[in-house]
Design a protein around this ligand. Sequence first.
Ligand SMILES: C[S@@+](CC[C@H](N)C(=O)[O-])C[C@H]1O[C@@H](n2cnc3c(N)ncnc32)[C@H](O)[C@@H]1O
Length: 225
Amino acid sequence: MKLDSRLALCADMVQGDYICDIGTDHGYLPAYLLSTGKCSRALCSDINPLPLGSSEENLNKEGVAHMAQFRLSNGFESLDITGVTDIVIAGMGGETIAEILSNEKSRCPANFILQPMSRAEILRDYLAANGFEVTSERAAVCGGFAYAVMSCKFTGTPYIISPERRITGLLSKDDPASRELVSRQISRIISAVRGLINSSDMTLKSKGENSLSLAEKIRSDWGFE
Ligand SMILES: C[S@@+](CC[C@H](N)C(=O)[O-])C[C@H]1O[C@@H](n2cnc3c(N)ncnc32)[C@H](O)[C@@H]1O
């Protein structure tokens, strides 16, 4: 089976052989990892029964369902993640991913692979404030959109990130997909601040001006026109 470039990047960032896929939905990622032999076990979970059933069905089609467990669970709530090497939380908003992580109380030593569909900056804030060290970050362009994928470890040591890093993460200026993602982020910031800058409310106006100068700084640092 073939994954799209977003899920292929998540698969590429898997380091061990026992994956836990939270919000598994169709189960394409564990189906791929098990059928290619990159992983030998999978824990597939979803908060909703229908997607969980679809995951099981697709793993069955690939002949790998016997290597997986399927669990109905809100985030980590009903999961036993003992021995899991990689935890993937992909295809959800950055705030939802942060909320799911906030309920991971076992301080699991796994590699966390996080792929926010939106509000990546909220997730980066959460990771920094809660001691999840981002060890690498890459981007994928897929179906007309651009996505960041982060690989993190829980260290328990909080750190501070700059306003620029909230937007660009650890993405590389040399990578075309990362450039595409950051360029889109800048355009998004600029169109969001337009109304604020013309506001008669001085607090909103100043907020808009700060966001605009941040966007311009990133644009210049990354060498965008
Ligand atoms: C858009 S799908 C993403 C599927 C797949 N992970 C991907 O990236 O293609 C999001 C899935 O996350 C599930 N989900 C949302 N919140 C969840 C939570 N708190 N715990 C577990 N699953 C959740 C939804 O039911 C849905 O199946």
